[in-house]
Design a protein around this ligand. Structure first.
Ligand code: SF4
Length: 751
């Protein structure tokens, strides 16, 4: 599938059975009152603070690139390697530090923000206040050592509606800081070189030779030893033929002024923040409108800076020629900027929510993504199902952020990443790659911080959105290669090769028997967690948990339109009791549509690609035909050979002909060893075993040269080694050779 077809497929996919009138609406079933249900698979994650997972994250202050984002668990693991020896010796410290981690996680989940050091101190205080006298000293020792090591950690953030902006801004700043450092290293060298040129020229000037200036140069220690008036007169008489031409000096001064006053890269030197210094430009915006306006407004200064650097390079190499360069630089304007010139400047980071992205802003977003400009847009979605409504007789999946991301893939030139908050840490290197990409990038992130599912932690909601294919993860990296296979990737999704991820559900029935079922996590399971959509479900009473009640996923896969089955999704309420919810037709259609969109992504990602599968079938057919043809030819040849006269029948046939005929070999007495020489592939195996017993003929094909030169064992081993099974060991010649019974048995398959 080419890129052009791609966005159309994603946006226009229609449900295969959208118009089929499924009659499974659960009218006879109990209506479901809006309540805090959660998909059954989430039941085991009641208390996230007791689990070790990616969150909270630490916005690190060192390391660079993807290391700027670390997980608390990862930091604690590293710490334990340092302070807790392996085995029983370090077990107590390990337990203490893991308790500290759990406490930090609970504090962050309760809304305590700040640096790792600060929250760590709070956690330590809480743990010590709860500790008994017996363990207090040891606990304090472990925690103090841990706290010292954790003090250098950065800001802690949890998985919530603030996460995408915090992560993107943090990584963007790290990337841009590196770029600014590089800029200043280069510019400082250029400024120094140009200043030296001017300094040398100044030394030769009349101003530098004035008595007062000479006095200042020599210094007060030798002031009385010189007659500066006389010295000035003498030096003033020296010709200034080496002086810089005025035009060149002015050009260098103008270049220096541009370099020193640029506002794109803040100076790392604190002394540059002196009064009167122009404030550096900001590059973080709330909308594409602002970012594009800022870019337009700064364009003339960008042109001047690029021009100044180019002229400086020529001046430093003494290669600037008025005739060649003057008119070129006069004509140099914004149209002269190349993509690498634009990539040289800081990128523009736009952080917005999909709710703020109205039609006008969407148009500008598309403009930004096709512009080739280094604009990085974070499009955050908090409510994935807000637009889930019945329109044109079918469920619309809404998901503006997701649709824009899919559309952006079709624009070819933009880096696109879509991911849930829950997954942001795992793909942090891909986020950094998008920020480093020299063109535009779109980051579409779903937070899971949705008010209508606030009975479930945002981390789980975000993870459920990805698992249910409601918000699948993907990346499109135009710089990764020339084709879709290199550029498009969906490998971050769980069980990406399946329609829906499978999981094992274990529960107790009324008789307290453990039941284990394999189920799939579908789009409807995700919707079941949202209070707004309870009208699309009905409680399936226990009496109806019969064979007619089937997990929804089976029907979605089979496109089963029969009405005798009741599709259900398993959920639990606050009491953790398993319930089965029947699903209405509208939601079934929405789930099918979701699956179709997912399959389109799978195809783009090279999974179950219809073109590849069709090609495979075709190739298999061709291969089959070829094999049948070869077989037919072989059979025809065998039949022909069967009719040919045998060695005995052709008494006049030359002896060498008899040796080369396969039939001749086939008719060798079965109790004497022989080789079907014409079929030998010269693999050397038999020769390696015994080079006197086996030898090659003039065609480099093996035959038995001397049966007495080896043992029966060697014959059998050669037969076993022969890749085309043409060595027939016959019967043993020496009845006294050891282990003959075993060897005869091994020789049987070769008779
Ligand atoms: S092992 Fe078989 S194929 Fe290989 S050289 Fe000997 S006879 Fe030929």
């Amino acid at each position: 599938m080419n890129d052009d077809a791609m966005s159309a497929n994603l946006l226009d996919a229609e449900p295969a059975l959208a118009d089929q009138a499924l009659k499974r609406a659960p009218q006879d079933l109990d209506e479901l009152a809006p309540s805090d249900l959660r998909a059954a698979v989430l039941a085991r994650y009641k208390d996230l603070s007791s689990l070790r997972y990616d969150y909270p994250l630490v916005l690190s202050v060192g390391g660079g690139g993807a290391d700027m984002l670390r997980s608390l668990s990862g930091i604690v693991d590293g710490l334990l390697q340092q302070i807790a020896p392996r085995g029983i010796e370090g077990e107590r410290t390990r337990q203490h530090v893991l308790r500290l981690e759990r406490e930090i996680r609970a504090l962050v989940a309760a809304g305590n923000a700040g640096s790792l050091a600060r929250v760590c101190e709070m956690a330590q205080t809480r743990l010590l206040s709860r500790a008994g006298a017996a363990e207090r000293a040891e606990l304090e020792d472990s925690l103090t050592r841990a706290q010292a090591a954790l003090a250098s950690g950065g800001e802690l953030i949890d998985c919530n509606e603030k996460t995408p902006v915090a992560v993107l801004k943090h990584l963007w700043k790290a990337v841009e800081y590196d770029k600014a450092q590089q800029f200043h290293r280069n510019i400082d060298k250029i400024i120094l070189g140009l200043s030296d040129i001017l300094k040398v020229d100044f030394i030769k000037s009349d101003e530098a030779r004035a008595p007062e200036r000479l006095k200042h140069t020599v210094g007060s220690a030798f002031e009385s030893a010189f007659d500066f008036e006389a010295m000035s007169r003498v030096l003033g008489g020296v010709s200034r033929k080496d002086a810089l031409p005025r035009k060149r000096r002015e050009r260098i001064e103008s270049v220096l002024a541009v370099l020193k006053s640029q506002r794109f890269f803040p100076s790392p030197r604190t002394d540059a923040k002196h009064e009167g210094a122009a404030k550096p430009y900001g590059f973080i915006f709330d909308s594409c409108t602002q970012a594009l306006d800022a870019f337009e407004g700064r364009l003339p200064e960008m042109v001047e800076l690029v021009k100044a650097i180019a002229i400086a390079g020529l001046e430093l190499d003494n290669r600037y020629r008025d005739a060649a360069h003057e008119s070129f630089f006069e004509r140099f304007d914004h149209s002269s900027l190349r993509p690498e010139d634009l990539a040289f400047f800081p990128s523009y980071l736009v952080c917005m929510r999909d709710g703020d992205c109205d039609a006008g802003e969407q148009a500008l977003l598309v403009e930004a993504l096709v512009s080739g400009l280094p604009i990085k847009v974070l499009l955050q979605s908090d409510d994935l199902l807000a637009d889930l409504s019945v329109s044109r007789g079918k469920f619309s999946l809404g998901r503006r952020g997701s649709q824009l991301a899919s559309m952006a893939v079709g624009l070819h030139g933009a880096y696109v990443l879509q991911a849930s908050n829950s997954h942001l840490y795992a793909i942090r290197d891909r986020v950094v790659r998008g920020l480093l990409y020299e063109g535009p990038a779109l980051f579409s992130v779903y937070t899971g911080a949705d008010a209508s599912v606030d009975h479930i932690p945002p981390y789980l909601v975000a993870a459920a959105a990805m698992e249910s294919r409601a918000f699948p993860a993907f990346t499109y990296d135009p710089a990764a290669g020339p084709d879709l296979a290199s550029r498009f990737c969906i490998d971050a999704n769980p069980q990406a090769e399946r329609d829906w991820p499978a999981y094992q559900l274990e529960y107790e029935d009324e008789e307290h028997q453990k039941i284990s079922e394999q189920l799939s996590f579908t789009f409807a399971d995700f919707v079941a967690c949202d209070r707004r959509y309870t009208a699309h479900f009905a409680t399936l009473p226990r009496s109806q948990w019969t064979e007619a009640a089937v997990p929804l996923a089976g029907l979605l896969t089979e496109n089963d339109a029969s009405t005798d089955k009741i599709p259900y999704v398993p959920v639990v309420g606050g009491n953790d009791v398993l319930q089965k919810l029947a699903v209405d037709d509208e939601l079934i259609r929405a789930a099918r549509r979701c699956a179709e969109l997912w399959r389109s992504l799978q195809e783009l990602g090279g999974i179950h690609n219809s073109h590849a599968q069709r090609l495979l079938v075709k190739e298999k057919e061709l291969w089959q035909q070829q094999k049948e043809h070869e077989l037919a030819e072989l059979e025809a040849r065998s039949a022909q050979q069967a009719k040919a006269p045998t060695v005995e029948q052709t008494a006049d046939a030359p002896a060498e002909l008899a040796q080369t005929l396969p039939e001749a070999a086939a008719e060798a007495p079965s109790d004497e060893a022989y080789i079907e020489t014409p079929r030998c592939t010269t693999c050397d195996e038999c020769i390696q075993i015994n080079g006197r017993m086996f030898a090659y003929d003039e065609n480099k094909q093996a035959y038995i040269a001397d049966l007495t030169a080896g043992t029966y064992r060697e014959l059998v081993e050669a037969a076993e080694s022969c890749q085309v099974a043409i060595i027939h060991p016959g019967k043993p010649r020496d009845p006294n050779e050891p282990n003959l019974d075993e060897l005869i048995k091994r020789a049987e398959p070769f008779h």
